[in-house]
Design a protein around this ligand. Sequence first.
Ligand code: SAM
Ligand code: SF4
Length: 348
Amino acid sequence: MRPDNEHLIELLSTKGEEALQELYKQAYEVKKQFVGTTVYFRGLIELSNICTKNCYYCGIRSGNPEFQRYQLSYEEAMAEAIWCYENHYGSLVIQAGEREDKAWTDFITRLIKGVKEATNGKLGITLSLGEQTEDIYRQWFEAGAHRYLLRIETTNRDLYKQLHPADHSFAHRLACLRILKKLGYQVGTGVMVGLPGQSIANIADDILFFYDEDVDMLGMGPYIPHHGTPLKHLVEGFNGKAALELGLKMIAACRIALKDVNIATTTALQALHPEGRELGLMAGANVLMPNITDTKYREGYQLYEGKPCLDENANQCISCLSRRIASIGETIGFDEWGDSRHFTKRQE
Ligand code: SAM
Ligand code: SF4
């Protein structure tokens, strides 16, 4: 049943510690019933910070001269993928800035095939590489990728225009999401919450969009300003506590409204609270994407201020995470793809 707009606004407007805990508890019950309490890991490789786009909120936008641009070599990326496989992570996420040139798209195809071959087809591959042509999406799907994350960022067209240069198109991004679905990918999208000029009603509309587009996975996080962007004036006075709370309320409202989708607990939550990702799990999320990128590249992939774990390598990350997940009474789905139940049902 399509979620009720008024109800969504009510959930997202929850205030006060007691009411918030009630909301998270309610979402957790829905999570238990529809997707269970196993957390699925996706090892995240931040493959490159080279981006041809210039989104006004993003630290690695092309117009920010502050970062040295990097791209992992094929061998470096393969080594990280194999680490992921040997450490029993069921899946990999390959994320980067957006590029459409042939050298790049061919590199990705080769990498997908290489990972599939080296892991006997066992490591699941999710891509988060922005807007591409249908042919490229198909090429990557045929090479072995099976999930794609492409956040719509905000479904409010005016806000989208304000946050992007004129040649970044909402309509094109939406068309890409629909192509991905048609090609057979498990499709993930999401938004940032707490964007300047965004209202609670806008966020409720985002949830209705997720329902209407029948998406399988969600990756949402609080917007966190970055000093190297046109929105740098928002860095000072940024209220991390309020941003975290809204991020958690969004996860809870999505779980209650959409029930069986996979929801990631994102790094942006952890940037705002040392246990932000565990709080995300307690509010209804069921997927976690530990960063497995070599620490020497992490300084270069700062989308927002205060990105955590810049100097913590993947081995340190896994032991710390395992402890934290056990501490909230959940288990890790080692060696499992952890496909979205929503997707499985969609296929039936
Ligand atoms: N370039 C690809 C794309 O845009 O889809 C994938 C990488 S991009 C860095 C991944 C996500 O980072 C974006 O979809 C956006 O939601 C998020 N992001 C960018 N800047 C952010 C910020 N300042 N705060 C929170 N999230 C941010
Ligand atoms: Fe590039 Fe993605 Fe950042 Fe936009 S959000 S500037 S496309 S990396």
